[in-house]
Design a protein around this ligand. Structure first.
Ligand code: SAH
Ligand code: SF4
Ligand code: F3S
Length: 376
């Protein structure tokens, strides 16, 4: 029996697909890259922007024929998109060939639903409003020399544009011993050169049972593990990165000299409306400290253009901030309205053509900076 997993979205989802693979292999399935050969196809979806949802819908819709040709093929949809109940219900109605729809909090029940489908031929559309950390599923890793390790789940920040807190629930950190054991096993396997710690906001990691054990403590403990490996992490929220963590770029050889530090906007007014809880000045101060600790640090960021109310002046502030920091890489996105978020109801939504113009401006500037850096 064969499985095929289609993944959308962030590294968190990429790694969760490795856990889905682990569960399916446990049931006796093997991987195949060909959907036609698969006995089960799982879509692991993302809801971050409208485009991500549309792509998933298109991909799922395309399976109708394949299901007709082989009605025994199981089709399952999981992830952030189907954690939104109204979306899950719509999909369930719209695509009768989908067998299983689950959300983010009941992902680990997938084997139960597969058995239900096989034994009782029952379609399932199940969704839980909150979840628990599951330490029992072993990931079947597929990402080459890099091993992903979750340190926390969920997000408490409620940036006004963002769907993640609604589909991933509140922050929950794993126990440090569980994380350290997973890292030890990864190193012992000998296949991996790099460990990437994952969380929506890794800097707010908090050991559930040890009060003073924070993200810096965890980084130091992982660096102490024997073995030849590099350590990196994502994503960092600027409001929570501590001086202690910044110093580790200087003192810990195993930590890669790179940091993804999403700024989103260079305008204080927009940052406030986004509920990011830092100012442009605070952000630039962090960049300064990072470059003092490690002058060659590679810095990357995320930018959202066209957030509601973003004026030409606000956008200029973003452009100037990018010029000042001279990032090594930028992920630029056009603001996408997400249902249920605070920004959805904001006045002054920015027209698509202006968003388009601004996103291109950012990408052009990024190219220029890269050229300049390459010349150097
Ligand atoms: N937890 C991470 C980011 C997760 S989402 C952090 O806080 O940095 C990845 C990126 O998608 C965000 O940094 C943001 O730039 C972008 N994004 C999130 N919601 C968006 C929306 N509604 N429209 C456009 N881009 C969005
Ligand atoms: Fe979304 Fe903000 Fe949480 Fe990142 S920190 S996942 S952007 S709410
Ligand atoms: Fe998308 Fe969910 Fe990640 S919404 S960006 S897959 S946490």
């Amino acid at each position: 029996m064969y499985y095929n997993i289609v993944t959308f979205g962030c590294q968190m989802n990429v790694h969760e697909s490795e856990k889905i693979a682990g569960m399916l292999e446990n049931l006796g399935y093997q991987p195949t890259s060909k959907k036609e050969d698969a006995d089960i196809i799982v879509f692991n979806t993302c809801a971050i922007r409208e485009g991500a949802e549309d792509r998933a819908l298109g991909n799922i819709g395309n399976l109708k024929k394949m299901k007709k040709a082989n009605p025994n093929k199981i089709i399952a949809v999981a992830g952030c998109m189907t954690q939104q109940k109204q979306v899950a219900d719509k999909l369930f109605k719209m695509f009768p060939f989908i067998d299983i729809i689950i959300g983010t909090h009941n992902l680990y029940d997938l084997p139960i639903y597969i058995n239900k489908k096989l034994k009782e031929n029952k379609r399932v559309n199940e969704n839980l409003s909150e979840g628990k950390i599951n330490e029992n599923v072993i990931a079947s890793r597929t990402s080459g020399e890099n091993a992903w390790v979750n340190i926390m789940y969920g997000c408490n920040n409620f940036c006004s544009y963002c769907i993640v807190p609604y589909v991933r629930g509140r922050e929950m950190s794993r126990k440090k011993d569980d994380i350290l054991n997973e890292c030890k096993n990864i190193i012992a396997e000998g296949k991996y050169k790099q460990i990437t710690l994952l969380g929506q906001n890794v800097n707010s990691y908090q050991e559930p049972d040890i009060k003073e054990y924070n993200f810096a403590c965890l980084l130091k403990d992982i660096c102490k593990l024997d073995g030849n490996f590099k350590l990196t992490f994502m994503t960092s929220h600027p409001k929570d990165i501590s001086d202690e963590v910044i110093e580790l770029f200087k003192t810990e050889e195993k930590i890669l000299k790179e940091l993804h530090l999403p700024v989103q906007s260079g305008s204080n007014q927009i940052l406030k409306a986004m509920n990011r809880k830092y100012t442009r000045e605070h952000y630039l101060d962090i960049i300064k400290k990072l470059r003092i600790a490690e002058p060659n640090i590679r810095l990357t960021t995320d930018i959202i253009v066209g957030f509601p109310g973003e004026t030409e002046k606000d956008f200029e502030d973003t452009i100037n901030l990018i010029k000042e920091v001279k990032y090594d890489g930028i992920f630029a996105f056009m603001y996408s309205k997400r249902s249920g978020t605070v920004a959805e109801k904001m006045q002054d939504q920015v027209p698509e053509d202006i968003k388009n113009y601004r996103v291109n401006k950012v990408l052009e500037l990024e190219k220029e900076i890269q050229k300049e850096k390459n010349n150097e």
